[in-house]
Structures are given as structure tokens and as C-alpha cells.
Design a protein around this ligand. Structure first.
Ligand SMILES: Nc1ncnc2c1ncn2[C@@H]1O[C@H](COP(=O)(O)OP(=O)(O)OP(=O)(O)O)[C@@H](O)[C@H]1O
Length: 958
């Protein structure tokens, strides 16, 4: 932005100079008919014809323009009727040629053509006119003609540079064009002629200054306008006081002295200057050399420095590589150990001015917390720490690899932990009605699964199903029930039949195919979730919510991947005094705190590698048993609030998280099954179901039988087999490594103690007429079943699929099914068909019924692999040591699982060789805990408690 005062001053100066030019032109060629202070337009219009200019130059230098075209109508001054263009162009061109010859400043002919002129072009015209004026003055002062000695030279005033310098120092603008009007060329010639001329020069200078009003400050101008005073003296006085350091005075002095002494002084001055020049040259060359030396030095220093920088950068690179490698190895070690990964997320503080306890967040996962009351700090180390500014996207990015491994067949569990209101729901679900980019891990994980699924669609066909449940007041509730109107959404946690894991068989399962489906389900789930307002959080989750994503991938090779992703938003731990809850809310808080403390106990037990992990102490730990039990990759997201008020809660959350991060779960494994294993499992499952149905029928029959039996008949057991079988199936023991080491053919002693599954075979085998033959077959079956079982176990652990297939093939082709047995005697049949013992043979079921049962049992033989699964584990518990210790117990020791009779019965069932045994309660040999001896062979027992025909009470019942 131009300074307005400066612009005004410039305009004022330009106007003064125009006026000066007009005055001179009028004094030379007569009145122009324009104002004494004309505008630019008036000035240019007046000169446009070139007539005035040609006349003026001819006045100074007669004949300079030989042919001047006159305006026939207006004469010299009138320019109202413009001339034809060619005419004034002719005049102007001739004028400019003449002026150029006089070595005066010229302008462009087109500068006169426009009315809207720019400042530069008018200035040039004014310069030219004032140049003519100066030339005329020079001539009047005795200047000679062009080409003669002392020829005219358009010089600039020597005062100008100094005045410009001064003007700058005092921030007074000095227009460039003003230099031209201060022309002392004429005066300088006079100065050279004598000392008296100095005053004339100064006078001319002062006059010039006064006329043009340029370079004059207000004081000087006022003084100079006062005509009574001697302008020159005043000028000297002002200049000497203002420009003490200025060389103007010296310059003038030089002029005075030099003009007196003539050329001699000037020669001396020249010599002095030459001398100075030489010295300066010498100085310059010296400086040059020094500079070169310095340059050289600098160059060598730079070379040395760059070498050092290279070394350092190589070392730094190496250091970074080593650090990266270290981190990678550390992570690998963590993975191998199966450590739970722990991330910490700090919620942004919404209360400005509240003190934060977060002191430092390291990029390597370190976090330092400062105590608001004491000058002490606590540091923690996690896999990653997200500060208050971390976005949902950033948090998800670091969990993405885990999510992706779900698609590769790994089970994954991500759970958000932290005090109430610390942002768990925000991380897992995102804000209520938020944008897609703000959605939490649940949504992002599922949309990622869909993305991977579509990327791999040529090799794997994925199916994604979701369940959403909450654990509210120690009850598992379905958040996405098939029947929303139903009030009973309670679910039971069960062991899955297929893989022995934990599942919610009654929970509704929803197939999802797009992110839209997920959004709808999540909305519904969130709506059904129990939330309420507390003093700490407006929408506090009063339950643990679990989103279970089941992924099944069918590869083109025929294998199937099965994995499960648990996304858990835990309810927040809260101090009831702070959350100010009462009534139902208090009850909820107590349940929440209890289940979280159970989770702590489980983590603690896992950390200490305790033999007993208290999963069953809460529904939460029960549901997460599979994830925490070592088959899954686990990530914990610990949430903290940064406010000083929650320092205690923050520290306890971080301590818990730190403890969790040290827990080793073991390496997660891929849940991938080959075709054959899968087929076999399916077969086993379906046969198992058939067997269950069969057993149900048996129970029904037995019930019917009981209903129709005569009063004098005594049952040995009234308990149906179905619940007993279920109890066997549901009975789970940790996978025993010894199972893999079990030899294919068992030593006889071990076979002798094999409980349920082999006994079942033997029971079935008792139908056989030819006992010896059947016994051999059974032993073969036992061996192969064991092979099969071991193979399945190995298959589950991905030990050797080919080995498993081999076993399966061998078993399928050579497993001899026992022939339908002929009834030996009806009592035996009743025993082998799992019917209650009877003593009255007239009341036994018909032989046809028994035969059909036999054929069912034959079919069920194919399922023995699976049956072995359950009983084999049990078998491991009955180690020879345990058994030997049992042997020592008395017959009436009700805690003893084996009595002589029972052992004999089992031996008989395994070998099919009848021995004289007393009848024992079959429950004992099936793994039941109570053994009730028969005091009399004909006496049967009732369960529970025993009913005795003789009327004697049993010794003990458990
Ligand atoms: N990282 C974050 N950025 C923005 N807002 C957040 C963030 N974390 C939490 N909030 C906000 O803080 C409030 C409490 O968060 P949220 O409900 O997720 O806590 P919570 O830990 O699930 O609590 P509770 O255990 O009581 O259910 C919410 O309004 C949420 O939007």
C-alpha cells in the first residue's frame, strides 16, 4: 500500500514541474491558453499538435525544425479541434529529432496521443520541456553551439545523490524524476571560470529548489520563500547544520579551492586517488588471498565433517536396524510365549483446567503417570499407548492384524477394560449415531472381514455369523433374540460337542453379508443392552457385552477354517461411592465388580501358572474361558481417564493391565480341518446323535417296563443313561499331552482298566454266541478305536493330517462290526441293552426288540472314536497308581470308584469271559463315583437311594 502522504507529495511535485514547464513555454512561444497549474490532460492536449514544441525549439535553436505544420483553424494555442493524426505526428517527430540532436531528454511520440496518461509518460514530456529550458539558460549563459568547445551536456545536479541519501534517512521520499530538473550544467561551466561563480551555482541551486519545491523540508522552504533574506546564506547555514557528516560541504569546498588552484590541485588529487587505489588494490588482493585460504580451510573442514556425518549416519542406521530387529524379536518372543497384548488408551479430558495425571507417553508403549498429591511418578510399559488425541482409525489400525488373523483360522479375543466412563464403549462401538469413520472396533473389524472375504473369494468361501450377548447380573442374555417379544432371553454357556470349546448353543446366530447388516444388528444389540445414567457416565453400560463373530471358510482344497472373534466391551469397574448408585444400580455395580474381580483372579492364576484356573467363578470368565485358556490371540485395551480425580482408578487399571501383559497363554493355533477329519467328525456327531436317540428310546422302554413290572421286581438302577452320557460328554479335562504319546496297542493291564468306551464295546459284544471270536474282534476294535481317537487328537493339533487319514482309512476298511448277537440268556441281554436289571425273566423285553437294539448298537460302533474321546480322558484319570491306591480300600468305602465286583465286571466286559462276580452298580464302572455293593446277588439297588428287597439299608450312599 502506497503511503498517501507520499503519493500526495509526488503529485504536488509533478504539478509544480508541469507549471514550471508551462511558464517557460509561455515565456518562449506566447500564451498557451491553459491554466498556470494545468492538469496532465490539459498539458498533454496543449502539446499534442507538436506545434508549441516545434516553435519552442526553433526559438532556442533557430531552424532546428525546418518545417512546422501550422493549424489553419486554431492557430498556435487552440487545440480544441485536433489536427489530423499524420500532421501532428509529423511535427512531434521533427521536434523529437531536433531535441535528440541537442542531446536533451526525449519522450515517445505516443506519449502525447493518450489522454489517460501514466505518470511516467507525462514526466518524460515535462523533463523534455525543462531540458529545453535548461539548454536555453545554458545558451544564455554563454554556452556554445552544438559541436563546439564546451558543448552542452545534460548533467544531473551533484546535490541529488546526497539529498536522496538524506531523504531516505529521514524517510522523506525523493522522486526520481526530480533529479532531472536540478540541472547545474550551465552553472558548472561558470564555476570553473572563477571563485565568484560558486555563489551563482548555489544561487541557481537554491532557486531551482525553490522553483521545484523539491528536496526541501518545510523550514527551509519557509525561509527560502522569505525574499528579504539572503537565500544563499540561509542555504549554507541550513546545509552545514543538517549535513555535518555529509560530503556536500566538502564538495562545495573542493569546488572553491580547486577552482582557485586549477589543474595542479586536481593532478595532486588524481595522484592521491591513484595511490589510494593502489593501496586498495593491494588490500583487495590480500583479502582475496585470505579469502581463498579460508575457502580452502572451509572446504577441507567440510570434507572432514561430511565424512564424520557419513560415519554417524551409518551408525545411526545400524542402530535403527538393530532396534527394529530387537522389537521384532521381542514381538516374536511375545507371540511364542503367547502373551496377551495390552494397549492403553487415554480418554481426552473434556474438563478444561482439570489437572491431568499423564506425564509422558512414549512411542515405544511407555507411559508415565504423576501423582497429583505427591511429587512421585509411576511408569508402565505396554505394547502401545494411544494418547487423548488418537483417532478411532489409529486405534483400529493397530488391531487390524489381529482381526485379519481371524480369517486365517485363529481365534481372537479383544476386550476393553477400564473404569466406568473411561471410553470402553467408545472404542468398541463408537459414539452413538456417529459417522462411519468414528465407528469403533466392532464395526471396523467386521467390515474388514468382509473386505478380506471378497479379496479371497477365488480361493476361500467365507461365511460370517454373529451373536451378541450381554452378561447382566450374572445372567447371559441374548441381545439379538430371534423373537424380540420373548421375555426370556437367558442363555446357558455350554461346552461345544464338536471341539470341546465354550459356546452358547441357544443364542441366536445371524448370518451377515455386508456392513449394513452389521450396522443393523449392532444398533439392535445396543438398543437391547442395559445402560443407565450414573454420576460418572450418562450412558454407563451396566453389563458386559460380547459380540461373537463366527467365521467359517471353505477352501477350494476342501479344508475348512473355523475361527471365532470375541469383541468384549466390559462394564466399567466403579467405586460406588463415586458413582453414587443405589438400589438396582448398586446391585448391578456389585455384580460388575465381582465379575471383574473374578477376571482378575483368572488372570492371576494364569500368570502364576496355577493348576486350577477359576473360570467357573463368574459367567464372564466362563464365557471367555476359551480365549483366555490359550487357544486364542488376546488383546486387552486398557482405558484410563486422565483427570486427577480418577488417579486411584487409573493406577489400579494400569497395574491390572501390566499384570495381564505378563501372562503367557501359549501359542494360538489355526483351526483348520482337512476334508477327511471333517467328514469323520460329522459322521461321529450324527452317530452320536443317533445313539442318544437310541438311548432315549431305551429309557422310554425301561420306563414302560418299570410301569408294567410286578411289585416283587427290583431295579438295579432307575437312572436313565442319557443324563449319564451327557455328563460324560460334558466332562472336560484339559488336553493331556500324554494322550498323544499313548502307544497304539495298549498293554493288557491298561486295557483291563479302560472304563466306559471299552466296557460299552464289551457290553455290546456279550450278544455274541461265540465268545472267543468276539473277544478277538473286540480287542481289534479297541486297538483301532484307540488309533482313531489318537488320530483325531493329533488331527486337532495339526500334528500330522496324513497320519490321521491313514488311520481313518485303515479303521474304515478293516473295522469289523460285530454280528448281531444271539441272546445268551435274557439277563445278559438286559444288561447289554442297558436295560435295568431284572430278576424275573418272564418280564424281560422280547427278543425282536433286543435284536433291533443290537443293530442300532452295531451302527453306533462306528461312533466309538468319539465315545472314546470322553471316556479316554476319564481313563487317564484312572491311572494305575490311583487304582492301586483304590485297591487297598474296603469294599464298603463309598468313595472308592472300584470294588472287586465292579472290577471283575469290567474285566468280564472287556474280555467277555464270565467270571463269578457279585452284581455291582454299573454306575461305578461308568465313572460314577458311588459304588454300592450288593449284599445279595438277587438283591438290586435303586438309585438313589438304594431300595433293598431285604429291607436293609445300604451302608452308605453318595
Ligand atoms: N477417545 C474419545 N474421544 C471422544 N470421546 C470419548 C472418547 N472416549 C470416551 N469418550 C466419551 O466419553 C463418554 C464416556 O465414554 P464411554 O461410554 O465409552 O465409557 P465407558 O468406559 O464405556 O463407560 P461405562 O463403563 O460406564 O460404560 C462418552 O460420551 C464418550 O463419547
Amino acid at each position: 500500500m502506497a503511503d498517501p502522504s507520499r503519493v500526495a507529495r509526488k503529485a504536488e511535485e509533478a504539478a509544480a514541474r508541469r507549471s514550471q514547464a508551462v511558464r517557460w513555454l509561455e515565456s518562449t512561444v506566447g500564451p498557451l491558453g491553459i491554466p498556470a497549474w494545468p492538469s496532465e490532460r490539459e498539458f498533454v492536449a496543449c502539446l499534442r499538435s507538436g506545434l508549441v514544441l516545434c516553435n519552442a525549439v526553433n526559438k532556442i535553436q533557430p531552424g532546428a525544425v525546418s518545417k512546422v505544420i501550422e493549424n489553419p483553424v486554431q492557430g498556435v494555442v487552440g487545440e480544441s479541434q485536433p489536427l489530423p493524426a499524420y500532421q501532428y505526428f509529423e511535427n512531434v517527430r521533427n521536434f523529437l529529432v531536433a531535441v535528440e540532436e541537442l542531446k536533451l531528454p526525449v519522450f515517445e511520440a505516443c506519449d502525447l496521443e493518450r489522454d489517460a496518461l501514466d505518470a511516467g509518460s507525462t514526466t518524460k514530456i515535462v523533463d523534455c520541456v525543462l531540458g529545453l529550458k535548461a539548454y536555453q539558460e545554458w545558451r544564455q549563459c554563454g554556452g556554445e553551439c552544438v559541436g563546439g568547445i564546451g558543448a552542452w551536456k545534460h548533467l544531473r545536479s551533484p546535490i541529488v545523490p546526497h539529498m536522496i541519501g538524506r531523504a531516505h534517512s529521514q524517510a522523506i521520499p525523493t522522486p526520481v524524476d526530480s533529479r532531472r530538473c536540478l540541472d547545474l550544467s550551465g552553472a558548472s561551466q561558470e564555476i570553473l571560470k572563477g571563485e565568484d561563480q560558486t555563489d551563482a551555482v548555489v544561487k541557481s541551486l537554491v532557486d531551482n529548489l525553490f522553483d521545484s519545491k523539491e528536496n526541501v523540508d518545510h523550514n527551509l522552504f519557509r525561509l527560502l520563500r522569505n525574499g528579504n533574506q539572503d537565500r544563499v546564506k540561509i542555504f549554507h547555514k541550513i546545509m552545514s547544520s543538517c549535513l555535518e557528516e555529509d560530503c556536500l560541504g566538502e564538495y562545495l569546498e573542493h569546488f572553491k579551492t580547486d577552482s582557485g588552484k586549477g589543474n595542479i590541485n586536481r593532478m595532486q588529487l588524481l595522484e592521491t586517488h591513484e595511490k589510494e587505489l593502489k593501496e586498495l588494490k593491494a588490500l583487495l588482493s590480500g583479502t582475496k588471498k585470505e579469502f581463498e585460504a579460508l575457502q580452502f580451510q572451509l572446504q577441507s573442514d567440510l570434507t572432514q565433517l561430511s565424512g564424520e556425518v557419513c560415519n554417524f549416519s551409518a551408525a545411526a542406521r545400524g542402530y535403527h536396524v538393530a532396534i527394529k530387529e530387537n522389537r521384532k524379536l521381542y514381538n516374536m518372543l511375545q507371540d511364542l510365549k503367547g502373551n496377551i497384548k495390552v494397549y492403553c488408551r487415554i480418554k481426552p479430558s473434556f474438563n478444561a483446567g482439570v489437572r491431568s495425571v499423564i506425564d509422558f507417553i512414549g512411542s515405544d508403549g511407555s507411559l508415565m503417570i504423576v501423582d497429583p498429591l505427591k511429587p512421585s511418578r509411576k511408569s508402565f510399559q505396554f505394547n502401545k499407548v494411544f494418547g487423548p488425541t488418537a483417532t478411532q482409525e489409529e486405534v483400529y489400525k493397530d488391531t487390524q492384524t489381529l482381526i485379519r488373523s481371524v480369517m486365517d483360522g485363529y481365534n481372537v479375543c479383544i476386550f476393553a477394560y477400564g473404569q466406568t466412563g473411561s471410553g470402553k464403549t467408545h472404542t468398541m462401538c463408537g459414539p452413538l449415531n456417529g459417522e462411519i469413520k468414528d465407528m469403533g472396533i466392532n464395526y471396523k473389524a467386521l467390515s474388514d472381514l468382509f473386505e478380506i472375504s471378497s479379496m479371497r473369494k477365488n480361493t476361500v468361501r467365507y461365511e460370517v455369523r454373529v451373536q451378541m450377548v450381554e452378561i447382566y447380573n450374572e445372567q447371559v442374555r441374548d441381545l439379538l433374540p430371534d423373537d424380540p417379544s420373548s421375555n426370556n432371553n437367558r442363555l446357558e454357556i455350554r461346552s461345544c460337542l464338536g471341539n470341546g470349546g465354550i459356546c452358547l448353543p441357544d443364542g441366536s446366530m445371524h448370518l451377515v453379508e455386508s456392513t449394513r447388516d452389521v450396522l443393523n444388528l449392532m444398533e439392535l444389540g445396543e438398543k437391547n443392552r442395559s445402560v443407565s445414567s450414573t454420576a460418572i457416565n450418562d450412558r454407563s453400560s451396566r453389563s458386559h457385552s460380547v459380540l461373537i463373530v463366527h467365521v467359517q471358510g471353505h477352501e477350494i482344497s476342501g479344508s475348512t477354517l473355523r475361527s471365532c472373534l470375541h469383541l468384549v466391551d466390559l462394564a466399567g469397574s466403579e467405586r460406588v461411592d463415586k458413582s453414587e448408585v443405589t438400589g438396582d444400580r448398586l446391585k448391578e455395580a456389585q455384580h460388575i465388580n465381582k465379575s471383574l474381580s473374578c477376571l482378575g483372579d483368572v488372570i492371576s492364576a494364569l500368570g502364576q501358572k496355577s493348576s486350577h484356573i477359576p473360570y467357573r467363578n463368574s459367567k464372564l470368565t466362563q464365557l471367555l474361558q476359551d480365549s483366555l485358556g490359550g487357544k486364542a490371540k488376546v488383546l486387552m485395551l486398557a482405558h484410563v481417564s486422565p483427570e486427577a480425580d480418577f488417579y486411584g482408578e487409573t493406577i489400579s487399571t494400569l497395574k491390572f493391565a501390566q499384570r495381564v501383559s505378563s501372562v503367557e497363554l501359549g501359542t494360538a493355533h489355526v483351526n483348520k480341518e482337512s476334508n477327511e477329519i471333517q467328514e469323520l467328525k460329522e459322521q461321529v456327531d450324527s452317530l452320536k446323535q443317533a445313539l442318544a436317540v437310541k438311548e432315549g428310546e431305551g429309557t422310554l422302554q425301561s420306563r414302560k417296563f418299570r410301569e408294567t413290572r410286578p411289585e416283587n421286581l427290583t431295579l438295579t438302577t432307575e437312572r436313565s443313561l442319557r443324563p449319564r452320557r451327557l455328563s460324560i460328554e460334558n466332562y472336560s479335562v484339559p488336553k493331556n499331552e500324554q494322550l498323544l504319546k499313548t502307544p497304539l496297542v495298549r498293554p493288557k493291564a491298561e486295557v483291563e482298566y479302560t472304563p466306559v468306551r471299552f466296557r460299552r464295546l464289551s457290553l455290546e459284544g456279550t450278544y455274541s454266541a461265540n465268545k472267543d471270536q468276539t473277544q478277538n474282534q473286540k480287542l481289534d476294535v479297541q486297538t483301532r478305536c484307540h488309533d482313531l481317537d489318537t488320530g483325531l487328537e493329533n488331527g486337532n493339533n495339526l500334528a500330522s493330517e496324513s497320519q490321521v487319514s491313514k488311520i481313518v482309512r485303515r479303521t474304515r476298511t478293516s473295522l469289523p462290526l460285530p454280528k448281531t448277537p444271539e441272546p445268551l440268556n435274557k439277563v445278559d441281554e438286559a444288561i447289554s441293552s442297558n436295560e435295568p436289571h431284572v430278576t424275573n425273566t418272564s418280564q424281560l423285553p422280547s427278543s425282536t426288540t433286543l435284536r433291533s437294539k443290537g443293530s442300532h448298537i452295531r451302527k453306533s460302533l462306528q461312533t466309538i472314536g468319539k465315545m472314546i474321546n470322553g471316556s479316554d480322558r476319564r481313563n487317564h484319570q484312572h491311572t494305575p497308581e490311583k487304582i492301586s491306591s483304590m485297591k487297598g480300600r474296603s469294599e464298603v468305602d463309598v468313595k472308592s470308584p472300584t470294588t472287586d465286583n465292579a472290577r471283575a465286571l469290567r474285566r468280564q466286559s472287556l474280555t467277555n469271559v464270565h467270571t463269578s462276580i457279585s452284581r455291582a452298580n454299573r454306575r461305578s464302572s461308568l465313572g460314577g463315583r458311588s459304588i454300592v455293593p450288593y449284599p445279595d446277588e438277587n438283591q438290586a439297588l435303586k438309585t438313589p437311594p438304594a431300595v433293598q428287597a431285604s429291607g436293609k439299608a445300604p451302608k452308605r450312599w453318595l
